[in-house]
Design a protein around this ligand. Structure first.
Ligand code: HEM
Length: 255
């Protein structure tokens, strides 16, 4: 075992613990806190929210950051340093590979513009356009840039993860810093900010389930799993599962 192996184990450990904390809180916000908010009256909310949500958001945003930083370190160590990027016989780091990395790392502004446009108001249409873009990126990674199975899979996950972490730090947290004090003072918070946090939190929930598949993908041994259709199928199945859980979350009653 050399230093790189020890670092890899350490980064994986930090990455997964932080990831559990982040995504666990994300699910708690979406599937427990939102339905709970719908049955609490204004006075109770005024007392509970300014105490409970900042505490939750502290762990939420820093867990997101730690997951991201440890994930980037893993990416450098396992894929760029470890030479797992390309299929045998592929050109390696040529223009297509660099362009596809740029797409992954610079995708947030594209996502953000689409989410802010009128398309962002309709989650099904937004999902359909998103799916076509994901499929195009997967195919370009494989058939243009020559990325290996593990490499295209993890880079789709990294693209999702980057959107999610930027949503947390650049969209959800700045909005919550205005929403929570307004609720505490008993004034109605800016409806546009509330809608934006809800939208981004929902998008993150939808992205998280396929993301976890891409993270654990190198352990997948089902026949044909290296076909791009698997990953695209997982995205659809994951989104279907999230929709079902949202539906269930509004039907669970208190005692
Ligand atoms: C935020 C952006 C993220 C980046 C840049 C990232 C990056 C990575 C990388 C490069 C790996 C190594 C994959 C391999 O060895 O083949 C990995 C593994 C993993 N990641 Fe992430 N990740 C991110 C988010 C997440 C999140 C939100 C979770 C949720 C819990 C997560 C859970 C995992 C798990 C479970 C593994 C598998 C470790 C293993 O197989 O030993 N990641 N991630």
């Amino acid at each position: 075992m050399d230093v790189a192996d020890i670092l890899q184990v350490l980064f994986r450990w930090i990455h997964i613990v932080a990831g559990i904390l982040w995504i666990g809180l994300l699910y708690w916000f979406n599937w427990v806190n939102v339905p709970l908010g719908a049955v609490l009256d204004g006075d109770v909310k005024k007392k509970i929210i300014p105490e409970m949500i900042p505490r939750s958001l502290y762990f939420f945003r820093f867990a997101a950051l730690w997951t991201f930083v440890a994930g980037l370190l893993l990416l450098g160590l396992v894929f760029y340093h470890g030479g797992l990027m390309f299929e045998q016989g592929a050109e390696g780091w040529g223009l297509p590979g660099i362009v596809m990395l740029a797409v992954v790392f610079l995708f947030f502004p594209v996502y953000d513009a689409l989410a802010k446009s009128s398309l962002g108001k309709n989650i099904r249409a937004f999902g359909a356009v998103g799916f076509v873009l994901i499929a195009a990126i997967v195919y370009a990674m494989i058939y243009w840039a020559g990325f290996s199975y593990r490499a295209y899979s993890i880079h789709i996950g990294v693209m999702f993860g980057m959107i999610m972490v930027m949503n947390v730090w650049m969209r959800i947290w700045p909005a919550q810093k205005k929403i929570i004090p307004a609720l505490k003072e008993g004034t109605p918070p800016d409806a546009a900010l509330v809608a934006r946090t809800a939208q981004r939190s929902r998008h993150n929930t939808y992205l998280s389930v396929p993301l976890v598949w891409t993270m654990i993908n190198s352990h997948t041994v089902v026949p044909g799993a290296d076909s791009p259709l698997w990953l695209l199928g997982v995205v659809l199945v994951g989104w279907g599962g999230v929709t079902l859980i949202y539906g269930k979350s509004t039907k669970i009653k208190g005692m």
